[in-house]
Every structure is written in structure tokens, then in C-alpha cells.
Design a protein around this ligand. Structure first.
Ligand code: 16G
Length: 160
């Protein structure tokens, strides 16, 4: 069993409610895929594909996927990703991106999404990024603004 990153990097100044455990994603956390299905399409990923993708992320050393585990059931009920992108601009600075924030439907309303965001903002500050950004649905803008984000550039995408 391997962790995506060392749990020592998790902030100590964000309180985790009783009954939950915050930790890095592990290479046997196949339940994470079930949770991601509540965010968007995941498609079919077998354990081999999961492990290979996990290994590639670990090797890249710029993926920080944190998961919230419900202690009683050992189920992952929340997760969020901090991705660090290396740049030449800003004195070879780093940009942080928050991705794939998801909380299990039956666990919503317990402020677990707030907690995950606080954790990743703290980690981004510790790692040292000049900018932290995310994309979200319009109705979630007020939620994310609570963590210091401002509406700024327009976001464009194309899908294949
Ligand atoms: C949301 C996520 C983004 C994810 C996308 C998936 C956050 C803050 N944003 O925008 O990270 O990639 O949903 O939707 O969690 P898609 O499958 O339509 O790209």
C-alpha cells in the first residue's frame, strides 16, 4: 500500500470532525472512483488502470489528492485535489489548481467541502504557489468565494 504523498504535509491547523480521518489517497483506494462518479463521468477503470494512473501521479510529485474517510465504515466520503503546475514565469514559480472536489451525497451539509477547501488552500500556501485557481459551476461561485477566490479571467474549453 502506497500513499500519493506524505501525510506529514497535511495542515495541522484545520480541525477534522470526530469520526473522520483526513489522509492522502492510497493506491488501494478504489472507492475513490465511486465517489468521483458523483462529480462527473468516470467510465470504466479497472484496478490495474487505477494503479498505473496512481503511480504516474506519484512519480510526477505534483498531485495532492486528499481524502476524508468515515472511520466507522472506512469509506471515502470526500476528496479534493491540489495540482501544482511548474512555471518559468514568476521566477520559476508554481501555480496551484484545485480540482475534483466532491463530497458523498449523504454527507452533504456537514461542511466537509469547506474543510477540504481549507486544507488545500493551506497546503498550497505551504508549498508556495503564486496563484491558486479553480473552475466551477456558476451556482458554486459564492461557495468558493468564501475561500478567497475572486472571479477573474474567463475560462474557455473545448471537448474531444
Ligand atoms: C468541476 C471541478 C473540476 C472537474 C470538473 C469535471 C472543482 C473545483 N471543479 O468543475 O475540477 O474537473 O468539475 O467536470 O472541483 P467535467 O467532467 O464536466 O469536466
Amino acid at each position: 500500500m502506497a500513499s500519493l504523498f506524505d501525510d506529514i504535509l497535511l495542515p495541522t491547523n484545520v480541525a477534522i470532525p470526530d469520526g473522520f480521518n483526513l489522509r492522502a489517497l492510497r493506491n488501494d483506494d478504489f472507492g475513490y472512483l465511486e465517489l468521483l462518479k458523483q462529480l462527473t463521468s468516470v467510465g470504466f477503470i479497472n484496478q490495474l488502470v487505477f494503479r498505473k494512473r496512481f503511480d504516474a501521479m506519484k512519480k510526477a510529485k505534483s498531485y495532492y489528492i486528499v481524502v476524508l474517510e468515515e472511520v466507522q465504515s472506512s469509506k471515502i466520503v470526500g476528496a479534493a485535489t491540489l495540482l501544482i503546475e511548474f512555471k518559468f514565469i514568476h521566477e520559476a514559480g508554481s501555480r496551484g489548481r484545485i480540482e475534483d472536489v466532491v463530497v458523498e451525497e449523504r454527507m452533504r451539509g456537514k461542511k466537509l467541502g469547506v474543510l477540504l477547501n481549507q486544507v488545500l488552500v493551506e497546503m498550497a500556501k505551504t508549498i508556495g504557489v503564486y496563484k491558486l485557481s479553480l473552475e466551477c459551476k456558476t451556482d458554486l461561485i459564492p461557495f468558493y468565494q468564501k475561500f478567497g477566490y475572486q472571479k477573474n479571467l474567463h475560462f474557455l474549453d473545448q471537448r474531444f
